[in-house]
Ligand binder design. Structure first.
Ligand SMILES: C[C@@](CO)(OP(=O)(O)O)[C@H](O)COP(=O)(O)OP(=O)(O)OC[C@H]1O[C@@H](n2ccc(N)nc2=O)[C@H](O)[C@@H]1O
Ligand SMILES: Nc1ncnc2c1ncn2[C@@H]1O[C@H](COP(=O)(O)OP(=O)(O)O)[C@@H](O)[C@H]1O
Length: 302
């Protein structure tokens, strides 16, 4: 039986996120830019001959049956009629429910890697269609490139992004995605932009995240963390990097042009805020590099 060890599942940031409408089924039409970063979970897959899909180690508080990795493996079995099984270990590093797409990325890594391990031979388009059934955020990880996204996140066009560094902060709150999208006060009519409007640099300043206002009002720790981070960086004058929320939160990030600027921003924030697990202002503060592409991009044909 084959084993695939140390499979990377990168997190994503939404460099901007506009809500431009709502579908009849309640799902929201978005425009967003996805960027992969080097904050990653690690997955290990061990093939099983008996057809069972099992999870070994996994994230605390997520029962195996609800784990997106297990659901992804079962979906691939069902879609292809494959009779082989797998045991999945997930080493979690990406904060859960933080707007960084960790669960979605884990699911995509399982689809990509199992398609190879089981020899099920689906091309990228077919894997992306399966991915969408697991969540709106899953297809971009199978797409494998930083992307400008529309629809609910499944209409993807590649974006060539320059090297950038990000300071990523996790406030001590978790913001349920469904609550933010369901909020009556959410604005849903931001005018559409074109991919060509997206500038080659200074992404941290393009557009906005329409989900921020709802998340900051309903989860004051997130709004307060945003305020304190912005204040910590304010005296850099016109070059002060902006602080933005990723996805539906709660994670916040700052985009920087160099590792040096990111280290500076990290240290300024760390000097102003209490960082650490349990009841502090930030549970996590990390400097990350933006990736050029998903590390498993070449594993899928098409
Ligand atoms: C907001 C984003 C931005 O990238 O990221 P996260 O904050 O989750 O990382 C995504 O659109 C989230 O995608 P994902 O987390 O896969 O969402 P799903 O599981 O498909 O949906 C969770 C719930 O959010 C709402 N939802 C989600 C996506 C969307 N375009 N419109 C919605 O209204 C729906 O109520 C849905 O029941
Ligand atoms: N392998 C997994 N990793 C993380 N979360 C998972 C996983 N499987 C299922 N989930 C569920 O999905 C929810 C959203 O997770 P995640 O993708 O990390 O955040 P977000 O959608 O905010 O980016 C979690 O709160 C958890 O209940």
């Amino acid at each position: 039986m084959q084993v695939l060890r140390d499979l990377p599942s990168p997190a994503k940031l939404n460099l901007f996120l506009h809500v431009v409408g709502r579908r009849a089924d309640g799902y929201h039409l978005l425009q967003t830019a996805f960027r992969f970063i080097d904050l990653q979970d690690t997955l290990h897959l061990r093939e099983r001959a008996d057809g069972r899909v099992l999870r070994g180690s996994g994230p605390d508080g997520v029962p195996a049956e609800q784990d997106l990795t297990v659901r992804a493996a079962r979906l691939l079995q069902e879609a292809t009629g494959c009779g082989r099984g797998v045991e999945i270990d997930v080493e979690k590093r990406i904060p859960m429910g933080g707007g960084l797409g960790g669960g979605s990325s884990d699911a995509a890594t399982v689809l990509i890697a199992l398609n190879r391990l089981w020899g099920t031979g689906l091309d990228r388009g077919a894997l992306m269609a399966l991915a969408l059934r697991l969540g709106a955020d899953v297809p971009v990880f199978v797409f494998g490139r930083n992307a400008f996204a529309e629809g609910v996140g499944e209409e993807l066009a590649p974006l060539a992004l320059p090297p950038r560094w990000y300071v990523v902060a996790q406030p001590d709150a978790s913001v349920p995605t469904a609550e933010v999208f369901g909020a009556p006060e959410l604005t849903r009519n931001t005018p559409r932009v074109k991919i060509t409007d997206f500038p080659a640099g200074a992404h941290g300043f393009f557009g906005r995240n329409d989900l921020e206002a709802v998340a900051f009002a309903r989860y004051p720790q997130v709004g307060q963390a945003h305020r304190l981070m912005s204040q910590a960086l304010a005296n850099a004058g016109a070059d002060a990097p902006a602080v933005r929320m990723s996805g539906s939160g709660a994670c916040l990030f700052v985009e920087c042009h160099s590792r040096q600027q990111a280290d500076w921003a990290h240290d300024r924030i760390a000097a102003k805020m209490r960082v650490g697990p349990g009841g502090l202002q930030l549970k996590l503060l990390r400097t990350c590099a933006g990736l050029e592409a998903h590390p498993l991009q070449d594993w899928v044909a098409g």
